[in-house]
Write a protein that binds this ligand. Structure first.
Ligand SMILES: Nc1ncnc2c1ncn2[C@@H]1O[C@H](COP(=O)(O)OP(=O)(O)O)[C@@H](O)[C@H]1O
Ligand SMILES: [Mg+2]
Length: 495
């Protein structure tokens, strides 16, 4: 069952339409593990008729096998589109591909690929598409893996920039994608429209949970469903794991209390899918950051107390700031923590809770103890899910919501390294939203800083500036001069 992702699917479809009109748009789907990147890309593939090869790079070990698998998927898709009946399982060797290519009158091109380099592959791909009159979208899932192939990005960039018959939809995790592939210093900067994938909205989360439970013959109260959303924050994998646990536990009518119990079991006992996922993520992330006891120690400190500064962490570790700064740099290159201003936070609140609790070695028996369960629930809700900085964010969320309703622009919070925006939307171009919720009018300087930040990050963009208390005269003039659209609560029908 697939829910929502309407805005994201719209972006993918419109990129596909642009390609067919001769204007290539590449898209990068960026988000944490198991948030639904693959599901989204496959949904798009399912919805279109055309040459849309799909490759998951995580399953590919070497450049040679990449070239083979890439060619195979491309030919397979072309064969399908021209109405040939063919099984993927018949395409296991280069000889199999050559037989197929002969039928497609592409033998010369495929031979060249077999005997050539990565560059040959991309060049021949264009020739093949030209010859067959096809426009293709190649989906490269877990694209970040290509950084393991030396020189891949440079080669791909140099060749694909000129290509007109193919667009790429890629997926990857936030940090590696942004730092290693799409950052300004790297070859692909500016080549991809970025789409950030987050948890599902409330209604869709509830629909997913409700349907999943109903299929197993289980009913759930409305407050239980609301609670599922609150605890999982709409993360589809967490939702499904929690539902599976509820089904396995054999409830007939699920109430809030059962949800708490099932969720904590999923999260904190070793048999839980969420537990296993977090453990995997934790170990995998740390192995990239040169796993060391200090890195773990820092994470444990932050699990207990978030939002610490470098100096505070150094003090707790009893180590010089310079040294700790290096550890933190490594940790920031995992997707585990992020830096906001001068402070460090966990990216995933549940990861934080999991870490804090599992290091204490909670057992299943304890989870069955009513009092203990209640304590954990209270702590989870009060300390972990309700992070302080979110209080101010509620207003921003409301404004983004109104922007979506009124202008049909789906703004999402944006962060890349130190650069942050209250809302960014990618459509035919970039849209950026600034929100000032203050008791005094926005000033010339506020507007000027915003424009400078937008230009630095995106070059050009359509800019919206929301100010709760209006604008000074000089700010208004600047907005008009620079084409910044001014918004006040009245424009959005809020007070
Ligand atoms: N839109 C959705 N509707 C329903 N289930 C979803 C949706 N997106 C993801 N899921 C489920 O969540 C899990 C993780 O999704 P997946 O696409 O594999 O994540 P990713 O590729 O980001 O790691 C899968 O079990 C998938 O079925
Ligand atoms: Mg995936």
């Amino acid at each position: 069952m697939f829910v929502n992702r309407r805005a994201e699917l719209k972006i993918l479809h419109s990129a596909y339409e642009s390609l067919k009109r001769g204007e290539k748009v590449n898209v990068a789907i960026i988000g944490p593990r198991r948030i639904g990147k693959t599901e989204l890309l496959l949904k798009f593939k399912e919805e279109v008729n055309g040459v849309v090869p799909y490759l998951n790079l995580q399953r590919i070990g070497s450049l040679e096998s990449f070239i083979f698998a890439y060619t195979r998927e491309l030919l397979y898709e072309i064969a399908k589109v021209v109405g040939m009946s063919i099984e993927r399982s018949d395409l296991l060797t280069w000889d199999d591909l050559l037989i197929l290519s002969a039928k497609l009158d592409l033998e010369r091109e495929v031979k060249a690929i077999r005997d050539g380099t990565l560059e040959t592959l991309f060049e021949m791909q264009e020739a093949i598409l030209e010859k067959t009159g096809q426009k293709a979208v190649f989906i490269l899932d877990e694209f970040q893996e290509v950084v393991n192939f030396k020189g891949f990005l440079e080669t791909m960039r140099a060749v694909t920039e000129k290509q007109r018959n193919i667009a790429y939809f890629i997926s990857g995790s936030a940090v590696r994608m942004m730092e290693e592939i799409l950052a300004p210093k790297n070859p692909f900067f500016g080549q991809f429209k970025r789409v950030y994938l987050r948890g599902l909205p409330k209604e869709d989360t509830i629909e997913l949970a409700k349907t999943t439970l109903e299929r197993a013959g289980i009913e759930a109260t409305h407050s239980a469903l609301e609670l599922i959303y609150k605890l999982t924050q709409g993360h589809p994998f967490y939702v499904l794991a929690l539902c599976r646990r509820l089904i396995e536990e054999g409830f007939e009518k699920v109430k809030s209390r059962d949800v708490y119990y099932a969720f904590l079991t999923e999260l904190l006992s070793e048999k839980g899918d969420i537990y296993m996922h977090l453990e995997y993520l934790f170990n995998e992330s740390l192995s990239r950051a040169y796993k060391g006891p200090i890195h773990k120690q820092i994470l444990l400190i932050l699990a207990q107390e978030e939002g610490l500064r470098l100096s505070e962490i150094a003090r707790r570790l009893n180590k010089p700031s310079g040294e700790v700064s290096n550890y933190l740099k490594f940790l920031l290159r995992t997707d585990l923590i992020l830096k906001q201003g001068e402070r460090y936070y966990f990216t995933d609140k549940l990861m934080r809770f999991w870490l804090a609790k599992t290091y204490l070695g909670i057992t299943e028996l304890e989870l069955r103890r009513e009092r203990f369960l209640e304590e954990l629930v209270r702590e989870l809700e009060e300390k972990y899910l309700k992070a302080k900085k979110e209080l101010g964010i509620a207003k921003e969320a409301m404004i983004r919501e109104r922007m979506r309703e009124i202008f049909d622009i789906d703004f999402k919070p944006y962060r890349r390294g130190d650069v942050e925006f209250d809302g960014v939307a990618f459509r035919d171009g970039v849209y950026v939203l600034e929100i000032k919720w203050r008791n005094r009018p926005a000033t010339y300087k506020d507007v000027k800083d915003f424009i400078r930040k937008v230009k630095g990050e995106f070059g050009s963009a359509t800019m919206f500036f929301f100010s709760r208390s209006g604008f000074t005269e000089k700010a208004k003039e600047l907005c008009e001069k620079e084409g910044v659209k001014m918004l006040t609560p009245k424009d959005l029908g809020i007070s």
